[in-house]
Design a protein around this ligand. Structure first.
Ligand SMILES: Nc1ncnc2c1ncn2[C@@H]1O[C@H](COP(=O)(O)OP(=O)(O)OP(=O)(O)O)[C@@H](O)[C@H]1O
Length: 559
């Protein structure tokens, strides 16, 4: 920035002697400031001065250009580096939020912030801010230099340009703010429509909703872009007006200067410098104004990014590997009440008591919405009781013990997330490829009834699982999910409709393989088909947020 300023002033400073040398060579030759140069080059006449001055002038211009190029590089790079820091910090904090926070909010808004708004902030706020600072410093210095050349004219020029920009800023401020708001709202909607359309693509295809989603996307995206273009237009609009005005002003100044006693020749260097300064200064002032306008336009996006950054930081213990919580006897659920929204209506679970011994295979049934998944989330320490408690052996499950309890659990959801990687990497999830324990991996795959299918593939365990595992069937995905849980060698396996996509025979085989597992392995499962629960030690039936019955398969389901 400092270099940028120096380069501007030096290249401007070179104009005065250069034009002077062309128009009034003798005066320049005898000027005190020129003597060191004249002595250094051993010049004898004013005519000899023109060439070195021309070279110096050209050099100053080239250096000034190079420095500005470097400045552009630094600003853009720095802006994006700051954007990367902000985005990563916001994503990290988001990941570490409690499950209750995630389940209560709209994920597409978070996606909009992390994918789109952070860019808006970089290109509309951070880079313009850096540009504004450098433009302000350069403007101030160039104005100072111009003041030195001709204070009167500089004051007139400054006041006229300044007033115009202030007036424009005053009148556009409101429009910039409202469009800024519009941009962030529409960015949320764009993220939502993309997420909903692609996330539910099966239903979109079956219901023939492609055109509906396409139309919504086109409308909200256009509204967002229109607001963005209004911000850009408001930022750029004064330029052509001011440039025309600037030229008029220079014509007037030229006229006034030529009317002075010294005549045109004496006025020309001053006029040239002023014209050049205006030509340099105007884009800079315009850049400063456009940066301000852009920042005003990006403000609402910045507010959204800052909101994510203000989320509670992960506790220092979050990164530490937790020693698994002692679990030798039982999970005890005592007098447990839970509400998603404590102020509203009846709790989802009410005064629930339940004991699950270590090594038990427990099935949960109940009507839809009876609270099965919620109870499993509470047992897994993802949600916390509104009143009552869950304890493991005799340790209460709370924020402090949550991570060490979770170190014992493997969860198999209904739909598992597969990363772009090999099957092996997806089973040994989160483990670096070189650290994978292949024997353990193969045993897990065998027990999950997937080893045969994997080994039949050309690349076996190294087969690449495409984007979100699209190349695998639902049943294969679920079995990979089960193998992943088994690889973790957890003490508690939680299966929430984890076998719903399997055919009856495969499901029975998976269930059978659970039977052969270590008898200390505790299995909690919610099943799509009650027949899946046939081999459970007991079945817990939930009704209206309470345990209505506990018994074996025969007692609860009947023969
Ligand atoms: N994130 C949430 N925010 C608010 N309410 C929720 C949330 N998740 C579930 N609920 C409500 O809690 C109740 C219990 O839901 P839960 O998913 O635990 O039931 P479930 O027995 O597992 O149902 P299903 O068999 O349909 O999966 C339902 O009334 C549901 O609407």
């Amino acid at each position: 920035m400092l270099l940028g300023t120096v380069s501007e002033v030096v290249s401007l400073g070179m104009v005065l002697p250069f034009l002077g040398a062309l128009t009034a060579p003798d005066e320049v030759f005898s000027h005190a400031l020129m003597q060191p140069l004249i002595n250094l080059l051993d010049l004898n006449s004013s005519a000899e001065l023109v060439l070195p001055l021309s070279i110096l002038f050209a050099l100053a211009a080239i250096i000034s250009g190079l420095i500005r190029l470097a400045l552009l590089w630094v600003q853009t790079h720095l802006g994006n580096a700051i954007g990367n820091d902000l985005g990563s910090a916001a994503y990290r904090k988001t990941l570490y939020q409690p499950y209750a926070v995630h389940s209560a909010r709209n994920s597409s808004q978070i996606i909009a912030v992390l994918m789109t708004k952070i860019n808006t902030v970089v290109y509309f706020v951070i880079i313009p801010f850096l540009t504004l600072i450098s433009a302000s410093i350069i403007v101030a210095t160039v104005v100072g230099f111009m003041f030195f050349v001709d204070p009167q004219m500089t004051t007139v020029a400054l006041l006229s340009f300044g007033l115009i920009y202030f007036a424009v800023a005053y009148f556009t401020k409101k429009h910039l703010a409202s469009n800024s708001q519009l941009v962030t709202l529409r960015q949320n909607e764009v993220a939502q429509v993309v997420q909903e359309g692609l996330g539910g693509i099966r239903d979109v295809i079956i219901d023939g909703l492609q055109e509906t989603y396409f139309r919504i996307y086109r409308r909200v995206d256009w509204q967002m872009r229109r607001a963005l273009s209004i911000i850009a237009i408001l930022g750029g609009a004064p330029r052509p007006v001011i440039e025309a005005f600037g030229m008029v002003l220079i014509a007037i100044l030229a006229y006034i200067l030529t009317q002075r006693e010294e005549g045109l020749a004496a006025a020309l260097p001053v006029l040239g410098t002023l014209a050049l300064a205006a030509q340099r200064l105007l884009p800079l002032v315009q850049q400063g104004y456009a940066s301000w306008a852009s920042m005003a336009g990006g403000k609402a996006s910045l507010v959204d990014v800052l909101e994510l950054l203000e989320q509670e930081a992960p506790p220092p213990s979050a990164q530490i590997r937790h020693e698994p919580l002692l679990f030798n006897d039982r999970i005890q659920v005592s007098d447990l009440t839970f509400s998603y929204h404590p102020q509203e209506g009846k709790p989802v679970l009410q005064k629930l008591d339940l004991t699950i011994e270590r090594g038990a295979r427990v099935g949960f049934i109940g009507e839809t919405g009876s609270g099965k998944s919620t109870l499993l989330d509470l047992i897994m320490g993802l949600l916390f009781a509104s009143s009552g408690e869950i304890s493991i052996d005799n340790t209460a499950l709370d924020l402090k013990t949550q991570r060490s309890w979770q170190a014992r659990i493997a969860h198999v959801p209904q739909s598992i997330f597969l990363t772009d990687g090999s099957i092996a990497e997806n089973i040994a999830f989160g483990v670096r490829k070189e650290h994978i324990d292949w024997t353990r991996l193969k045993v897990a795959a065998e027990k999950a009834q997937i080893s045969g299918a994997i080994e039949a593939l050309n690349d076996g365990y190294d087969t690449f699982v495409g984007e979100r595992g699209i190349r695998l069937s639902g049943g294969q995905r679920q079995r990979i999910g089960i193998a992943r849980a088994l690889y973790k060698k957890a003490d508690v396996l939680v299966l929430d409709e984890a076998t719903s996509a399997l055919d009856v025979e495969t499901e029975a085989a998976v269930m059978k393989s659970f039977e052969d597992m270590d008898e200390t392995l505790t299995i909690l499962m919610v099943a799509h088909r009650v027949s899946t629960l046939k081999n459970c030690d007991y079945i817990v039936e939930l009704k209206s947020g309470r345990v209505s019955r506990v018994g074996n398969f025969q007692e609860i389901i009947g023969g």
